[in-house]
Design a protein around this ligand. Structure first.
Ligand SMILES: [Zn+2]
Length: 291
């Protein structure tokens, strides 16, 4: 009896400890992080957006609400301020970042995107993506309530419609999917332009900023990066490109290149193992066929 009850107690203790650990390990699905006095990050599971609060209204970015309600994002903004949401600015055209904007539209927000993003959205008509009201070609400055936000197009990279949103006063940039924090590029680098992405990275590195807000948190849930993350990403792409070119020049096959190439400098980045082979394939196409 005694032994059974001890065993039962031990099992219960282990179960409750495990449950407590699981609770600690799993972050809540949404979170609001204050970056400066008036700049915030809203995280929605694995996506994140920047929003800027001013006395005259809010500048929000990507709705990040594909196949899920946008209400948690709107609630997060309204928990900080009751000022109206004046703008929603798309980082680029991809639906996992742009979907779910209708409730923002219903509140009267003006949607802004790079011209190519609007063209892509009109062409593909993705469900639940609000068509931008206004477009940016290469540069637009939005001023609201004493805040200045520059929308800059530095060329093609992870899409042909990516904006770099720059807050000159706070020295912050928000740009999505092409400058990860300690990560290699996503899978087969779909929609990515080579070598334009490297040219764009050099332009961003030359700009005046200290803090990078990416569209996805990095390892350990890290939500912001630094210029070092951008220079590391450029080094990674340059090292990858050189390694793949060598294989192509030597007449090696796709499979040989994927087998031969390792880039130990970046091995500790969590996505290295999963995506390196696919990143190699993308650069192989570029060096082998110019595509
Ligand atoms: Zn994307």
């Amino acid at each position: 009896m005694l032994r059974i009850s001890f065993a039962g107690m031990t099992a219960a203790l282990i179960a409750s400890t495990l449950a407590a650990q699981a609770q600690q390990a799993a972050p809540p699905p949404t979170a609001t992080t204050k970056v400066t006095d008036n700049v915030y990050i809203f995280r929605y599971v694995g996506h994140q957006s920047m929003f800027i609060v001013t006395p005259d209204g809010v500048i929000a970015t990507d709705p990040i609400s594909l196949r899920r309600p946008a209400k948690p994002y709107i609630d997060a903004i309204q928990a900080v301020t009751k000022a109206p949401i004046k703008y929603v600015i798309y980082s680029h055209s991809h639906f996992d970042h742009t979907a779910g904007g209708q409730p923002f539209k219903d509140l009267g927000a003006t949607f802004v995107a790079q011209r190519n993003a609007k063209a892509r959205i009109l062409e593909l008509k993705p469900p639940d993506v609000v068509v931008p009201d206004q477009v940016v070609d290469t540069k637009r400055t939005i001023t609201l309530g004493g805040e200045t936000l520059e929308l800059l197009y530095v060329g093609k990279n992870h899409s042909d419609s990516t904006l770099v949103m720059h807050l000159p006063k706070e020295k912050i940039i928000f740009t999505v999917d092409w400058i990860p924090i300690q990560g290699i590029q996503f899978r087969g680098m779909a929609d990515t332009y080579i070598p334009d992405i490297e040219v764009g990275l050099k332009k961003v590195i030359a700009m005046d900023w200290d803090t990078l807000i990416p569209g996805h948190p990095g390892p350990g849930g890290k939500q912001t990066g630094t210029k070092e993350d951008a220079t590391n990403q450029l080094s990674y792409l340059q090292d990858l490109s050189a390694a793949v070119k060598k294989e192509v020049d030597a007449g090696k096959s796709y499979d040989d290149a994927m087998k031969d190439i390792s880039l130990p400098k970046y091995q500790a980045w969590p996505s290295y193992k999963a995506f390196l082979g696919m990143n190699i394939e993308r650069y192989y196409d570029f060096w082998n066929r110019g595509i």
